[in-house]
Write a protein that binds this ligand. Sequence first.
Ligand code: URA
Length: 237
Amino acid sequence: MIRLQKYIAESGICSRRKAEEYISLGKVFVNGKKVTEFGVKINENDEVVVNGNNIKKQPKEYYVLYKPRGVISAVKDDKGRKTVVDLINTNNRIYPIGRLDYDTTGIILLTNDGEFANLMMHPKNKIQKKYIAKLDKIIDKESINKIKQGVIIDNVKCIPDNIKLKKIDKLSNTCIVEITIHDGKNHEIKKIFESIGFNVEKLKRESIDFLTLENLKPGESRKLSIKEIKKLYSNKK
Ligand code: URA
């Protein structure tokens, strides 16, 4: 069962607010009866007519995208910058699951399935996201241990699932660190390193759970298979 205004919005014909307007104007019929109140719950078998048109729910879509640098993780941007949705060829109203910063590259999922988006983002489901970060200085064992024990980000203790020093470049005095987390606060990785005095110069998300960027180039995407979607759904606690 789903609220009528949500059902209309998910069909892709208008926003939820516009759907509420149509309902209050008496332009929505469910199984032939006019509905003018919000919150009426309907199911897949109900016939919904808006402005004389029988609407169908959008088919669910699931994409994995290799986000390039300089693209915003949103549906629309006020400043007219390119968004991750612009990189996907679909007529359905998909949106990114969580976000990567404008200058971060890597794997991001997009969908129009709200339940799936919630399950992928909720920390209780412990979905691991692995990042590769280039730091502005060479990190020592002590600093790595500090992060392992947990640092405070936005008043909450954050303990990564894993952190490993991958490479040191003595010439440029920088290093590459791999770090895996399962929650998703804004700018979390940058804040983790900032909290112990390091700046992240480059950041890439390499994987989300078992999904990687295999066979994708920056800007490229592919649909998830049913098997992959089911496997991700099985993370639900
Ligand atoms: N953490 C960050 O700091 N930036 C991202 O884009 C993702 C995680």
